[in-house]
Design a binder for this molecule. Sequence first.
Ligand SMILES: NC(=O)c1ccc[n+]([C@@H]2O[C@H](COP(=O)([O-])OP(=O)(O)OC[C@H]3O[C@@H](n4cnc5c(N)ncnc54)[C@H](OP(=O)(O)O)[C@@H]3O)[C@@H](O)[C@H]2O)c1
Length: 256
Amino acid sequence: MTSKSSDLGFGDGYHFFRSQLAKPVLPPNGISVTGQTAILTGSNTGLGFACAKWLLELNAGEADATELHKKHEGAQIDIWQLGMLSYKSVQNFAAKCRTLEGLDMAILNAGVIEQSFQLSPQGHEKMFQVNYLSTVLIYFTKFPNRGSDPFLSTFDDKANFNTSEQYPTSKILAHFWILKLAEKVKKEYVIVNLVDPGLVKGTEINRAVNHIIKMIFDIVMWGLGRTMRNGSSTYIDAAVLRDEETHGSYLMDWKI
Ligand SMILES: NC(=O)c1ccc[n+]([C@@H]2O[C@H](COP(=O)([O-])OP(=O)(O)OC[C@H]3O[C@@H](n4cnc5c(N)ncnc54)[C@H](OP(=O)(O)O)[C@@H]3O)[C@@H](O)[C@H]2O)c1
């Protein structure tokens, strides 16, 4: 990890603007997930909560879902505790997932940004653990015997910690993982893809970031951020609308 990699040029700015201004692809009328089972991590707030609303709307075929339980009495909503800083909690969560009769989609959305170097009780840097290790662990505990991931101790070393690089790096690791996983898992069995919701305003992702940086982010988000409804529709696009063509793919701006 060098400081060079965080330098932004004109091309990056152009791609960022173009991406943020991309036209959303919302689910067309008639799309239904009725009778399907979904796992959605990090669904108490932000993009996860917005995505849960989408799933319920597609379940009931309604356009407005503000009070989830009240409006969608037909849907079964189970809230399960998950603490991704603890492997025990992740394994307990995945064990519950294994009790499901069937699973149509798993949207592993939970993620975190930390401003400073902090180790989890498991001894891993927090963003590395939540955004990558525990996310991957949910998959492997739900679908055991599908492979293993090497231990990357470099991310847990404070000497390597760079505030602006650790979050994107923890996310990039998932790209490598998806590529390898897609080689090992048959798309007829599970379709795996990786989605970038774009920059989305109104979520709590910057809760641990210092006030000045947060203010700058808020201004950029205010001008350019996607709404939570549009941002979370990228998950619906990847998990509901798309099919085998996305296996092993990175989806951005509702495109492969
Ligand atoms: N907002 C954006 O612009 C943006 C852009 C690109 C990607 N993303 C990604 O989108 C995902 C959702 O982010 P968001 O913007 O919606 O942020 P958010 O509002 O902060 O939501 C993050 C979710 O992850 C959960 N989470 C965090 N740490 C956890 C842990 N240790 N164990 C279990 N759950 C944990 C949170 O639960 P608690 O509230 O209980 O902590 C929350 O439900 C993240 O993976 C983020 O990296 C966001």
